[in-house]
Write a protein that binds this ligand. Structure first.
Ligand code: GSH
Length: 203
C-alpha cells in the first residue's frame, strides 16, 4: 500500500504511526498539497488532499477516519488499536475526536496565518481558531493519562491521533500555546521515544 502526504500533516502522521504500531509495511509518497505537487496530487486524489491511501489491488481511500477504519478492519485482532466495543471504545473515539478537532483547527490556522497573504489576514477569525485550538487542547489534556498511554501500557490509536495533533500544534503555533499542557507534553515525549512514532517525526 502507498500512503500519500508528508508527515508534516497531523492526519498523514496519524496514519503512519497507526500502521507502524501494527507492524504493517507501507510505501511512503511524501507529496505536498501546494505548489508543483498539487496537479500531481489531484491526478491521484481529485480532491487534492492528503492523507490518501492506495490499497494493494484495491481503491484509493481518502479521509483519515475512513482510512483508519479500513486499517483496523483489515488488521489481525491482536494488533488492533481500538477497543472492540463498549465504554472503552467510546472513550477512545472521544479522544480521537478531540485530537481530530485540534488537527483541523490547527491546520486551518496555518492557512489563515502562514498561507494567506498578510493583507488578507482576518484577526477575528485567527483569534477564533486559536481559541478553538486551545479548547481542543484543554479537552485532550484533561483526558490524557498521567503515565503510560491512552492505550494503557502500550500506545493505541488514540495515542497516534493525540501525539500527531499535539506535536503539529506545538511545531506550527507555539505562540498559541499560552498555557503548559504537562500531560500531553509528557505523553508526546514518551511516545516519540518509540520507533513507531520517531520514524514519523517531520524534518
Ligand atoms: N478531513 C480530512 C482533513 C485532511 C487535511 O486537512 N489535509 C490537509 C493537509 S494537513 C490538506 O490536504 N490540505 C489541502 C486542502 O485541504 O486543500 C481528513 O480527515 O483526512
Amino acid at each position: 500500500m502507498i500512503l500519500y502526504g508528508r508527515f508534516h500533516s497531523p492526519f498523514v502522521r496519524r496514519i503512519a504511526i497507526w500502521l507502524n504500531l501494527q507492524g504493517r509495511a507501507f510505501q511512503h509518497e511524501p507529496i505536498m498539497v501546494t505548489g508543483e505537487d498539487f496537479d500531481r496530487l489531484k491526478s491521484i486524489n481529485p480532491v487534492g488532499r492528503v492523507p490518501a491511501l492506495q490499497i494493494d489491488n484495491g481503491p484509493l481511500l481518502i479521509e483519515t477516519a475512513a482510512i483508519t477504519d479500513w486499517i483496523e478492519d483489515t488488521a489481525p485482532v491482536e494488533t488492533r488499536l481500538l477497543p472492540p466495543s463498549g465504554t472503552d471504545r467510546m472513550e477512545a473515539m472521544r479522544t480521537i475526536a478531540y485530537a481530530n478537532s485540534l488537527a483541523e483547527k490547527a491546520v486551518a490556522l496555518v492557512y489563515d496565518t502562514i498561507r494567506r497573504p498578510e493583507e488578507l489576514h482576518w484577526q477575528d477569525w485567527i483569534d477564533r481558531l486559536s481559541a478553538q485550538c486551545r479548547g481542543a487542547l484543554d479537552l485532550l489534556e484533561a483526558s490524557a493519562p498521567q503515565s503510560g498511554f491512552f492505550g494503557g501500557q502500550n500506545p493505541a490509536g488514540a495515542d497516534a491521533a493525540a501525539v500527531a495533533s499535539y506535536d503539529f500544534m506545538k511545531r506550527t503555533h507555539p505562540k498559541v500555546l499560552t498555557e503548559p499542557y504537562p500531560r500531553l507534553e509528557a505523553l508526546s515525549q514518551r511516545a516519540n521515544q518509540l520507533q513507531a512514532f520517531a520514524r514519523t517525526i517531520p524534518d
